[in-house]
Design a protein around this ligand. Structure first.
Ligand SMILES: [Zn+2]
Length: 378
């Protein structure tokens, strides 16, 4: 076992990072790890941090490795944000931390999980530190692609590019690490299109598999405009419910912690002068729930896209595996009932809906336009 075990299907990137750990000449103080969502950017960043702290370069079992992987190593700081933007104060805090020598580890490592969520002004604050960091400080920035970070940052970092791992590699991980059933794991990895986190959820959670199947079933259920409007409403409701169930518990815990921090006992009313702090937290939580709901909807649309992609594969007679192998019958019947041109138009309408949703159009509006475009057309 080593710290690299969970970085699946990324032999090339792992070799580059391992090389830097083993050879001080290959070491750089600023790294940019990029890869599509679910490719394991933060897992790779954390493994790299562990390998840097470990006397054996990432054995996976010593204290340096286990504490880094658990997120408790005192010299490894990770900034993960659920918010839409990383604030300038957060970055200033990291710069302060970065300026201190490691307390006992070999390096001080600072990981920013969503470096693409920094405004230009915030990025500029970071530039100087990245350019001339203290001798034992390493910055690891993660982003979906190099284009997502400003050129000024990009040019000062060494890039490590992750790819979409093969489904079989993801399935093997789920079997080995989580004890998933091999067949369920492979089908989950395919359905998640190798997004490791989603594949794990699909393999583990029958409810998530059912929700996905329900989303895909709308492709066959929509016969006319009426069905389309109903289907759009259902999609929005499912996303809302999922966002609530994912955030509820955490919201309550955060609120309780804030109240304790303010010295307010359970059930006691908050004095007026402290109310703005609670309001701030509630606003943050609301933003987080909205973002989560949009993420869930986007995922549903990616699922639908994968189904029409399968339809197109069948229509064009291409020799590639179906993403939705278990829905082969639905795929074949949709393929028989439409032309490749129609399939492409449907895929376009899903793409448009995703763009509109990302641009803050009301979800129901964006989805109705999409589902109406999915209905069978002469
Ligand atoms: Zn170790």
């Amino acid at each position: 076992m080593t710290v690299w075990d969970d970085v699946v299907g990324q032999e090339h990137a792992v070799a580059a990072l391992q090389g830097a750990v083993a050879n001080p000449v290959a070491m750089t103080h600023a790294w940019l790890v990029t890869g599509p969502p679910g490719s394991g950017r933060s897992v790779a960043a954390r493994a790299f941090a562990a390998a840097l702290q470990c006397p054996q370069g990432g054995c996976g079992t010593c204290q340096a490795c286990t504490t880094t992987m658990a997120g408790t190593h005192p010299d490894v700081t990770l900034l993960a944000t659920e918010k839409v933007v990383i604030t300038i104060d957060e970055v200033r805090g990291l710069i302060m931390t970065a300026s201190r020598s490691p307390s006992g580890g070999r390096w001080r490592v600072i990981i920013i999980e969503d470096a693409d969520r920094m405004a230009e002004r915030t990025t500029n604050v970071l530039l100087k530190t990245i350019e001339e960091p203290p001798p034992h400080t390493v910055w690891v920035l993660c982003a979906p692609s190099v284009q997502d970070v400003l050129p000024t940052i990009r040019s000062r970092c060494r890039a490590v590019v992750l790819r979409v791992p093969p489904p079989q590699a993801v399935a093997d991980l789920l079997v080995r690490r989580d004890g998933a059933d091999p067949a369920v794991a492979l089908s989950a990895a395919r359905a998640a299109q190798s997004h490791v986190g989603l594949a794990k959820r699909l393999a583990r959670d029958a409810g998530a598999r059912e929700r996905r199947t329900a989303v895909l079933s709308i492709a066959r259920r929509i016969r006319g405009v009426g069905d389309a409007v109903v289907a759009a409403g259902e999609l929005v409701d499912v996303a809302k419910a999922e966002a609530v169930s994912a955030t509820q518990e955490r919201d309550a815990a955060e609120k309780a912690e804030l109240m304790r921090g303010l010295g307010v006992a359970d059930g006691e009313t908050l004095p007026p002068r402290l109310r703005s702090q609670l309001k701030q937290l509630e606003d943050d939580q609301k933003r987080r729930a909205t973002r989560h709901q949009r993420d869930v909807l986007d995922r549903a649309m990616v699922d639908l896209l994968s189904l029409y992609r399968d339809v197109l594969v069948v229509q064009l007679g291409a020799e590639v595996d179906l993403v939705n192998a278990e829905l082969a019958e639905t795929v074949r019947s949709l393929a028989a009932d439409s032309t490749p041109e129609q399939t492409v138009r449907r895929m376009d309408s899903i793409g448009v809906a995703r763009t509109r949703l990302a641009g803050n159009v009301a979800p129901l509006l964006a989805l109705e336009a999409m589902t109406i475009a999915l209905r069978p057309q002469g």
